[in-house]
Design a binder for this molecule. Structure first.
Ligand code: NAG
Ligand code: NAG
Ligand code: NAG
Ligand code: NAG
Length: 156
């Protein structure tokens, strides 16, 4: 009887602890979304576009569709947008930043055929991963709780 109570208390404390962890995790992610200063980000992003434009001027416009020619600049541009988004406490990538990046793509790569420039689009994948991590965590935690409760049944 005493051991039974002991395991119940342990389980109860564990569930509380898990709850605390998850609440912390969720409000943490939540705050980042709320605090995101979109106007600040939109204010800063054109600088990235500007410096990308400057760098692209060095590349012959006939070679604008050759990924090998501009990938270092594009990398720089991509890092720049990421830096500015994070400085504005926004997730990166996000819808607004993506809109801006698509505008840049249109400006430089509108004449490139998809065979020449192959854009893999990580943004959505990253976003899905960001969404799935807490879900996986929750499932793992719930499985742990279930496993522990089963184990306590066995032990009692
Ligand atoms: C967002 O950034 C702007 C500058 O673009 C600033 O004036 C404003 O106070 C910021 N808002 C918040 C909530 O930090
Ligand atoms: C792209 O640029 C690289 C480096 O300048 C060059 O070696 C390659 O042949 C170019 N590819 C095409 C399809 O023009
Ligand atoms: C990236 O851009 C910054 C300016 O925006 C420049 O100082 C730096 O040299 C660039 N880096 C590369 C690898 O092109
Ligand atoms: C795309 O092609 C059009 C027509 O040939 C031209 O006017 C425009 O400047 C080109 N845009 C880019 C980004 O190369």
């Amino acid at each position: 009887m005493e051991t039974h109570a002991f395991w119940l208390v342990q389980l109860f404390l564990f569930v509380l602890w898990v709850n605390g962890l998850m609440t912390l995790g969720f409000t943490g992610a939540h705050q980042q979304v709320i605090v995101c200063n979109e106007s600040l980000m939109l204010e800063k992003l054109p600088r990235c576009g500007k410096s990308f434009e400057e760098m692209m001027k060095k590349v012959d416009s006939k070679k604008w569709c050759n990924l090998t020619e501009f990938i270092p600049y594009y990398d720089n541009f991509s890092l720049c947008t990421e830096r500015e988004a994070i400085a504005a406490r926004c997730f990166w990538p996000n819808r607004l930043a993506q809109g801006f990046i698509i505008g840049i793509h249109k400006q430089f790569f509108s004449n490139c055929t998809s065979e020449k420039v192959h854009w893999e689009d990580p943004p959505d994948e990253i976003l899905i991963t960001l969404i799935l991590i807490p879900v996986f965590l929750m499932v793992t935690m719930i499985s742990l709780v279930v496993w522990c409760s089963k184990r306590s049944d066995i032990l009692v």
